[in-house]
Design a protein around this ligand. Structure first.
Ligand code: NAP
Length: 342
C-alpha cells in the first residue's frame, strides 16, 4: 500500500503522545505525520522514526488534507474539526464523546465488532469508545454471546490518567503535598482532591443522579455488542492510581453457569489474558500489568448465593487498550478493509 499521510490532533496530550509512540512502533507506512495541538505547544519537537516533527497549532493550519486524522483533543475540538477533516476526504478516528452515539458513525472495538467498519462510513468519521467501555466489552464478549444475560452490574476503579495529562499531574502533586504537609493544589480536573482518596464521580452528574461515565458505559456497550436492551448499570469511581482502569463486573445470566466453562470461554478470547488460580495471585492489578495491549481478567467466580451469577475482575491500560491502541487498531482495520489507502 502507499504510505499514508497522518495527522494527530492533541498530539501533546496523554492519549496523543501514546498514539504517536504506538504509531512509531507499528507497521503502517507513514508518508507525512502532522502533530497538532493548541497554540501553547507550537514548535515542540517530537522524534518519530528518526525524524524530528514540530508540533503545529491546529487553528493556524490551512491545509487539512490527510488520509487519517486522529482526534485526541476533547469533544469541542472534535465537533468543530472532525467534519472539516472529513470534508477533505480524511478518515477521522475520534477519541472523544462527540459522535459515539450518532447512528451513522460506527463505534468500533476491532476485537468485538470489526464488521462495523466494513465500508467507509457516510460522515467519514469512526468513533473510538470510552476507555472503561473498551476493556469491559472485550472481557465480557465471549460470555454474553454464549449465555443469555439477565443483568450486569459494574463498579469501575478508574485511574488519574483517564482525566488526561492534568489528571496525572494533579495526582502526583497532590500526593506530594499531602506527604510533605504543605497546602494541596486545587482539585480540578477532579471534583475533590484525588490524593489518598476515591471519588464516586467520573464526569458530570445528571438530574437523575447518574454520571456521564455511567451513561456512556451502558449506551456504548449496547451499541458495540449490538444488544440494544443489555441491562447494564454501574458506579464509576476515580481512584488514586496513576494509570490503568479496573472493573468489578457482576453478570447474572438466565441459567446457572460454571466457573470452568467461564474460564474456557475467556481463555480462548484473543487479547484477553486470564489469571487462573495460582497464576500471579489469580488476579491482575493496574500497576503491574506486563502486557498493556491486552485485557486482564481474574477472580472469575460463581456467586456462592446464586449459581446464575458470575464475578470478574477486569484490568486494562486505559491509555493503550482504552484509547490509543484501539484507535490504531481501527486504522489498521480500515486499511485491511480498504476503507482507506486504496
Ligand atoms: N485519557 C484517557 O484515558 C482517555 C481514554 C479514552 C478517551 N479519551 C479521550 O481522548 C481525548 C484526549 O484526552 P487526553 O486524556 O489525552 O487529554 P489531555 O492529556 O488533556 O490532552 C489534550 C490534548 O488536546 C490538545 N488541545 C486542547 N485544546 C485544544 C485546542 N483548542 N486545539 C487544539 N488542541 C487542543 C492539548 O494540546 P496542548 O498540549 O497544546 O494543550 C493536548 O494535546 C479526550 O477526548 C478524551 O475524552 C481519553
Amino acid at each position: 500500500m502507499r504510505p499514508l499521510n497522518i495527522s494527530i490532533v492533541g498530539a501533546t496530550g496523554a492519549v496523543g503522545a501514546e498514539l504517536t509512540k504506538l504509531l512509531e512502533e507499528c507497521a503502517i507506512p507513514v508518508n507525512r505525520l502532522r502533530l497538532l495541538a493548541s497554540r501553547n505547544s507550537a514548535g515542540r519537537q517530537v522524534r518519530f522514526r528518526d525524524e524530528t516533527c514540530f508540533v503545529e497549532p491546529l487553528h493556524e493550519i490551512g491545509d487539512l488534507e490527510t488520509d487519517i486524522a486522529f482526534l485526541c483533543a476533547g469533544s469541542a475540538v472534535s465537533l468543530e474539526w472532525g467534519p472539516r477533516f472529513a470534508a477533505q476526504s480524511a478518515l477521522v478516528i475520534d477519541n472523544s464523546n462527540a459522535f459515539r452515539m450518532n447512528p451513522d458513525v460506527p463505534l468500533v472495538v476491532p476485537q468485538v465488532n470489526p464488521n462495523a467498519l466494513s465500508h467507509r462510513p457516510r460522515p467519514g468519521i469512526v468513533a473510538n469508545p470510552n476507555c472503561s467501555t473498551i476493556q469491559f466489552v472485550r472481557a465480557v464478549r465471549p460470555l454474553v454471546t454464549a449465555w443469555d444475560v439477565r443483568q450486569i452490574i459494574v463498579t469501575t476503579y478508574q485511574a488519574a490518567s483517564g482525566a488526561g495529562r492534568m489528571g496525572i499531574d494533579k495526582l502526583r502533586n497532590g500526593t506530594k503535598a499531602v506527604l510533605e504537609g504543605s497546602s494541596e493544589p486545587p482539585a480540578a480536573p477532579f471534583p475533590v482532591s484525588l490524593a489518598f482518596n476515591v471519588i464516586p464521580q467520573v464526569g458530570e452528574i445528571d438530574p437523575e443522579g447518574v454520571t456521564l461515565e455511567e451513561r456512556k458505559l451502558a449506551q456504548e456497550s449496547r451499541k458495540i455488542l449490538a444488544m440494544p436492551d443489555l441491562p447494564l448499570t454501574s458506579t464509576c469511581v476515580r481512584v488514586s492510581v496513576e494509570n490503568g482502569h479496573s472493573e468489578a463486573v457482576y453478570i447474572e445470566f438466565e441459567k446457572p453457569v460454571g466457573r470452568e466453562q467461564a474460564h474456557e470461554l475467556l481463555a480462548q478470547e484473543a487479547g484477553v489474558r486470564l489469571y487462573a488460580d495460582g497464576i500471579r495471585k489469580g488476579y491482575p492489578t493496574p500497576r503491574f500489568i506486563a502486557h498493556p495491549e491486552d485485557v486482564h481478567v481474574g477472580r472469575v467466580r460463581v456467586n456462592p448465593g446464586n449459581p446464575r451469577g458470575l464475578w470478574l475482575w477486569v484490568v486494562a491500560d486505559n491509555l493503550q487498550v482504552g484509547a490509543a491502541l484501539n484507535a490504531l487498531l481501527i486504522a489498521q482495520l480500515a486499511i485491511v478493509n480498504r476503507v482507506i489507502g486504496k
